[in-house]
Ligand binder design. Structure first.
Ligand code: GLU
Length: 314
């Protein structure tokens, strides 16, 4: 019975890695440093809407960098592939998420939409009559992915905004090269707002399942992303989604994924399910320590690596 097997598997993974200690909490703003290092949840949602979970699946936290995936999808819907590609590349950098911008020597584009510079450029592309309209379009988009209203953590937003000098510097450099348009402060605010949206682990699994389900939310049946752009979103997740661990992740786990500094990781198994793990302590790359181990185990256990079938007999 598949249900029993998945429940047993998630329960076993949670029990195995619950006692794995190590890693440090993100501390660049006080709100993240106050997380409980013992919070630990694993959620899995299938494309036919079955929901599995173990641990603190309803503990709220800010989505942070995981938001970059979904905002990239909206920018593609707003402008199309060619235009967005002209503004932000799709080359993995091997650099940390916040590395101070390395613009392509010739095009002046940020390398990819999963590093901060690229993500800020992507956010600046979101259409809307004014800042409120743009924020509402983002919230509406996230609502389609989670099938309920989404709210922002105001103190995280304020802290990100007050301390985000590095992000601000990147935005100004991109403005200098004409890669983002005025008003820059409004684009930065929207970027800080998207990072400060509150989700829980089950929400993230539903979002990943929506990507696994050709852009349609398996719980509500609502289309969250035009399937035309699914391959673009999944491709950058696969090559750039795990900070400067993306290559090793692709090699070992072999799934399109994205992590964030709050300790969330999502991964997409196209046509089958979405998975999310939440555990705040991070390794030296900024990825959740327990999250990495859970996904390595899960991928091995269920044979999820996207090239795994190449090694099977004919
Ligand atoms: N708000 C964070 C920043 O822009 C996002 C960091 C992350 O999750 O990678 O610095």
């Amino acid at each position: 019975m598949i249900d029993t097997t998945l429940t047993d598997l998630l329960t076993r993974l949670h029990a195995t890695y619950r006692d794995l200690h190590g890693g440090t909490l993100a501390s660049y703003i006080p709100e993240l440093a106050r997380s409980n290092p013992d919070w630990f949840a694993i959620s899995l949602v299938t494309v036919d809407g079955q929901v599995f979970g173990v641990g603190d699946v309803e503990q709220l936290f800010t989505i942070q960098s995981i938001s970059k995936v979904f905002v990239y999808g909206l920018a593609l819907e707003d402008h199309g592939r060619d235009y967005v590609l002209g503004r932000v590349g799709v080359e993995p950098t091997g650099d940390p998420f916040n590395s101070i911008i390395r613009l392509d020597e010739f095009s002046k584009r940020p390398d990819n939409p999963m590093i901060n510079a690229g993500a800020i450029a992507v956010t600046s592309l979101i259409r809307g009559a004014d800042p409120t309209d743009r924020l509402n379009r983002l919230l509406t988009m996230f609502r389609r992915y989670v099938a309920h209203d989404v709210f922002m953590d105001a103190s995280v937003f304020t802290s990100e905004r007050t301390t985000g000098h590095r992000n601000r510097a990147m935005a100004h450099l991109m403005r200098h090269f004409g890669m983002i348009d005025d008003p820059i402060e409004a684009a930065l605010d929207l970027y800080f707002q998207q990072c400060s949206l509150l989700v829980h682990c089950r929400d993230l699994a539903v979002m990943a399942a929506t990507l696994a389900n050709r852009g349609t939310n398996p719980l509500s049946g609502e289309q969250a992303l035009n399937p035309t752009y699914l391959r673009d979103v999944l491709s950058v997740m696969y090559t750039c989604g795990m900070y400067n661990f993306a290559g090793e992740w692709a090699y070992k786990v072999g799934l399109p994924a994205k992590s964030g500094v709050s300790g969330g990781i999502i991964a997409v198994v196209p046509g089958r399910f979405g998975v999310a793990v939440f555990s705040p302590p991070l390794d030296e790359h900024g990825n959740s320590v327990r999250g990495i181990r859970v996904f390595e185990d899960l991928s091995e256990n269920l044979g999820l690596h996207i090239f795994g079938h190449c090694t099977l007999g004919t």
